[in-house]
Design a protein around this ligand. Sequence first.
Ligand SMILES: Cc1cc2nc3c(=O)[nH]c(=O)nc-3n(C[C@H](O)[C@H](O)[C@H](O)COP(=O)(O)OP(=O)(O)OC[C@H]3O[C@@H](n4cnc5c(N)ncnc54)[C@H](O)[C@@H]3O)c2cc1C
Ligand code: FES
Length: 280
Amino acid sequence: MRSEDYLPRLARIEDIAIETPTEKTFTLRLGEDDPGLHFNPGQFVEISVLGSGEAPFGLASDPAEHHAFQMTVRRYPSGVVTVPLHRMNVGDYLGMRGPLGNGFPLADCTGRDILIIAGGLGLPTLRAAIFYMLARRHQYGEITLLYGARTPQDRLYKETLREWTAAPDINCLQTVDVADESWDGNVGYVSALLEQLRLQGDNTSVFMCGPMVMIRPLTSILVDMGVAETSMYVNMEAHMKCGIGKCGHCLVKSKYVCTDGPVFTYDQVREMQAYHEAGH
Ligand SMILES: Cc1cc2nc3c(=O)[nH]c(=O)nc-3n(C[C@H](O)[C@H](O)[C@H](O)COP(=O)(O)OP(=O)(O)OC[C@H]3O[C@@H](n4cnc5c(N)ncnc54)[C@H](O)[C@@H]3O)c2cc1C
Ligand code: FES
């Protein structure tokens, strides 16, 4: 086991961007003598707020940047970690362990069309995956992002979404459950956007992150479009403590979400969900 997996390193808060009323994006910088953070999109870090506790957060920034990284954090009412984290300021220090987990198999999907589907707070690690692929644009076929949020104001990274919508090298489609006067885009579920696409199912890899109530119906549509369950990758959430396969908190069936995942193929996710729902 690498020392960075269990020994927290100090990271300084360099910037805080308010995304929505409950979500902030923190840019953290490591010291110059730190070896840097070398991560695969889909991996996460364990962040400790000194005196409060530790929690896992997905890495949301460009993986080409090694000394600064971003994570987007939703504040939960009475959250032991997220409430004090949201009160912190630029210049404050946090502890960081990682990168942890496996990440998306982006290097194995070259030559294929890529469909990215994010719901709400599912966008952060997929944003890192998009940065990675856009930096190697010639290695991939069509790249499409479908992003669904509850309302226009609940969307993360509004500026980045504007840039991707205008960019020729990614097809970025957004939808909201409930529109307001600022919104003249799509209204409805992500599944309605998916049904409008013409996919070459057997040459498409799908990367997803979002609530299971969104993912499950999408996978049925994708199967009907000819995408194999083994070509659909889901970034899963689970209750975690150690993040390094030691405490057993995240064990589902025979898999540790923290070390075997958090990215699994959909056939694996389906088995794990069935096991969980059977009351194990
Ligand atoms: C691999 C992984 C990646 C993650 N990435 C992110 C990320 O990028 N951004 C992010 O904001 N969160 C992410 N999470 C979730 C995040 O770790 C939790 O929200 C966080 O641990 C909550 O900590 P807390 O101590 O503030 O809340 P707690 O004190 O543990 O809980 C406070 C209250 O909030 C509820 N709550 C806590 N977490 C959740 C949740 N996830 N969903 C619904 N209710 C919850 C609890 O049930 C409780 O009622 C990730 C989790 C995992 C496992
Ligand atoms: S969080 Fe401890 S084993 Fe996965």
